[in-house]
Design a protein around this ligand. Structure first.
Ligand SMILES: [Zn+2]
Length: 296
């Protein structure tokens, strides 16, 4: 296992991330740049534990298929997280360190190719045009060629999640068209996506490897110790999504994470994210109104 504080380093290539507390873990021990380059499934999330809530299907894909590699990126330092129980007296600094170690543990448990924690404050991520955030995300997206990228969804109700999504979309759009990820998905964390019209839903099979999924969610003890059982909630949502799904397109998955395909937004000439989301909400509204009208 190899860890580099603040930098991706190998013999021929160095990316230095902007925050001095940025953290890179390569559980398999390869050079970080090489580990990043072989990532096929990339998740860029706001906080430690978001990856394990939203991208279980990608983690499973990489475990199941030789040659696939999962990469995790956490953009913020998690300083503002609520704390209770044994963590109630923790300072922000100690909480940051704890969450970083929990994320590193999850990366080892999940067999990730690489785990990067950029350690930005939420305020810096929310500031459009912050040069450090932009440079770090540009370096990460330029350093790999994933077939699928898991991001937060644009209807999420957590401000930092939406800000991270916006910064990621900006970074992807700045890549040359031929270097942009083949598929970009927005996944549910804070606010689910069950409300999407069925045609707008992407079903991610998160029911595989349930024991691993449980261990991954339980790695974040500082987040669940105070009674916020994200581990149970995430597992329950996956199960509920599978049970209440009317579509036949899921091959009987025991767990589903809903996502929306954001790829059109990343393409030249594609819709703005605002217009894209407005059309999703419009189709949801029409579906409800039409059903009511049928039985009026
Ligand atoms: Zn989060």
């Amino acid at each position: 296992m190899r860890s580099h504080r603040g930098a991706l380093v190998c013999r021929t290539f160095t990316v230095r991330f902007s925050h001095p507390q940025a953290d890179v873990l390569v559980p398999g021990g390869a050079a970080p740049e090489a580990a990043l380059r072989r990532v096929t499934h990339l998740c860029v999330a706001a906080h430690a534990d978001d990856i394990e809530i939203m991208a279980q299907s990608g983690i499973s894909d990489c475990i199941d298929a030789p040659g696939k590699a999962f990469g995790g990126v956490v953009v913020t330092d998690g300083a503002g997280s609520p704390r209770s129980g044994p963590y109630a007296s923790y300072t922000d600094e100690r909480m940051i360190a704890t969450r970083r170690e929990e994320q590193r543990a999850a990366a080892r448990i999940g067999g990730y190719a690489i785990q990067v924690q950029l350690a930005h404050t939420s305020a810096d991520v929310k500031a459009s045009g912050h040069p450090g955030v932009a440079a770090d995300l540009a370096a990460l997206f330029a350093g790999c060629a994933p077939e699928v990228v898991f991001l937060h969804n644009p209807a999420d109700k957590h401000d930092t999640h939406v800000a991270v999504l916006m910064r990621c979309l900006e970074a992807i759009r700045l890549l040359p068209p031929g270097r942009r990820p083949a598929r970009v998905l927005g996944c549910e964390v804070w606010r689910d996506l069950d409300w999407l019209a069925d045609a707008d839903k992407v079903a991610l099979d998160s029911g595989r490897h349930p024991d691993l999924a449980k261990k991954l969610l339980e790695a974040f003890d500082s987040q669940i110790a105070g009674g916020k059982r994200y581990d149970l909630a995430a597992a329950g949502r996956r199960s509920a999504n599978a049970t209440f799904n009317a579509s036949h397109a899921t091959d009987g998955a025991s767990g589903i994470t809903w996502a929306v395909d954001l790829t059109p937004v990343t393409r030249d000439g594609g819709p703005s994210i605002e217009a894209f989301v407005a059309s999703l909400v419009g189709r949801f509204g029409s579906d409800v109104a039409l059903r009511l009208a049928r039985f009026a």
